[in-house]
Design a protein. Structure first.
Length: 340
C-alpha cells in the first residue's frame, strides 16, 4: 500500500457516515447487554447464589462471547474503551469513529447500571451496599475480598491492583484486537477468543479488584454506587480502572505495530532476494517500501529493449511509407510515358 493509499484510507475511516452510526449503535447495544449481565451477576447473583470466582469468570466470558457473536460483524464488538483505543492505534478504525465508540460504550454501561440499581429491592435490613459490594470495582477496602482479608489484617493494595489489571488488560485487549480485521470488523475467532480471554482475566482479578477489565463497565456501576454506604467510594478508585486498561492497550498496540514493521521488512527483503537471484548482473535497490531497478537490471533492460524495438519499428514504418511513395511516383511516370 502506497503512502497516498494509506492517507486516503485514513481519511475515509475518519469520516462519519450512516454505516458508522449503525456500528456506534451496535456498540451501545452490545455494551448495554454485556454490562447488564455482569452487574446482575455481581449483585443478586452474588447475594442469592454466593457467586464464586469460577462462577464470575464463566459468566464474564460467556457475556462477552455472546455479545461478540451478536454484534461482531457489525461493529467489531469492542464493548471496551481499551479495545477501541488499541484499534485506533493500529488503524483498524479511524479516530473519529473510535471517539463515538467510546461514548457509546460509556452510555451503554451507564444505562445498564441505572436499570440494575434501580430495580434492586432494599429495606432496612437489606441495604444497597449488600447488593453492590461485589458488583463495583475497587481494591483495598473496596475489594470484593475485603471482609475476609480484614479479619487477618491484610488487604490487596493499589500496587497489586495495578499490576493485575494491566496483566489482565494485556490478555483481553490482545485477544480482541488480534481478531479484528483491517476494516474493523471481527473475524470468526473473535467471539471465542474474547470470551476465553475475559474469563481468564476475570478469574485472575475478581478477588482483588472485582474484575474491572473495562473502563466503561467500571464507570457505569461506580456512578450509581457512589454514596450507597460502601466501605470505599467507587469514584475515588476509578482512576485505576481507566489507566491500567489504557496502558495495556498502548502496550498491545506498540507490539502489533513493531511486529507488522518487522514482517513488512522481512517480506520486502525476501522479494528483493528473489529478484536478485534471477540473474548475475542485476542491480536492485530498496528505497522506502519499493524495489527500484537500476539500468543494469533485467527490468530496466527489458524497458530499454522495448524502447529500441519501438524505435526500430517506427523507422521501418517510415522506410515503408517512403518506398510506397516512390513506387506510386514511378507508376504515375510510367503511365504518362505510355500515354505519350
Amino acid at each position: 500500500m502506497t503512502g497516498n493509499q494509506t492517507s486516503s484510507s485514513a481519511v475515509l475511516k475518519s469520516t462519519f457516515s450512516p454505516a458508522t452510526a449503525i456500528r456506534v449503535g451496535a456498540e451501545f447495544a452490545g455494551t448495554f447487554l454485556v454490562t447488564f449481565a455482569l452487574f446482575a451477576v455481581g449483585t443478586w447473583g452474588q447475594v442469592l447464589y454466593g457467586a464464586s470466582v469460577m462462577y464470575v469468570a464463566l459468566a464474564t466470558g460467556l457475556a462477552y462471547a455472546a455479545g461478540s457473536a451478536l454484534f461482531g460483524r457489525i461493529s467489531g464488538a469492542h464493548f471496551n474503551p481499551a479495545v477501541t483505543i488499541a484499534a485506533v492505534f493500529t488503524a483498524k478504525i479511524g479516530w473519529l469513529e473510535g471517539l463515538f465508540y467510546v461514548i457509546a460504550q460509556l452510555l451503554g454501561a451507564i444505562a445498564s447500571a441505572a436499570i440494575v440499581i434501580g430495580i434492586l429491592p432494599t429495606s432496612s435490613t437489606v441495604t444497597s451496599s449488600m447488593w453492590l459490594t461485589s458488583a463495583v470495582n475497587g481494591f483495598d477496602k473496596g475489594s470484593a475480598s475485603n471482609s475476609m482479608l480484614s479479619q487477618a489484617n491484610i488487604s490487596f493494595n493499589v500496587t497489586m491492583a495495578i499490576v493485575l489489571e494491566i496483566v489482565a488488560g494485556l490478555i483481553v485487549v490482545g485477544a480482541a484486537v488480534s481478531t479484528l480485521r483491517d476494516n474493523g470488523g471481527a473475524d470468526k475467532r473473535h467471539a471465542l477468543y474474547s470470551g476465553f480471554a475475559y474469563a481468564i482475566a476475570a478469574a485472575i482479578t475478581f478477588p482483588i479488584t472485582g474484575a474491572g477489565l473495562n473502563p466503561a463497565r467500571s464507570t457505569g456501576i461506580a456512578i450509581f454506587a457512589q454514596n450507597k454506604g460502601l466501605s470505599q467510594e467507587p469514584l475515588q478508585q476509578l482512576w485505576v480502572f481507566w489507566i491500567c486498561p489504557i496502558l495495556a492497550a498502548a502496550i498491545v498496540s506498540l507490539v502489533i505495530i513493531i511486529t507488522n514493521m518487522v514482517k513488512g521488512n522481512s517480506a520486502l527483503a525476501g522479494a528483493a532476494y528473489d529478484v536478485e537471484s534471477d540473474g548475475d548482473d542485476e542491480d536492485v535497490e530498496i528505497i522506502g517500501d519499493e524495489i527500484v531497478y537500476t539500468s543494469e537490471s533485467p527490468a530496466a533492460a527489458s524497458e530499454e529493449s522495448a524502447e529500441e524495438y519501438e524505435q526500430k519499428d517506427s523507422e521501418q514504418q517510415s522506410d515503408a511509407e517512403v518506398g510506397n511513395e516512390e513506387t506510386e511516383a514511378q507508376s504515375d511516370s510510367d503511365e504518362g510515358v505510355k500515354r505519350d
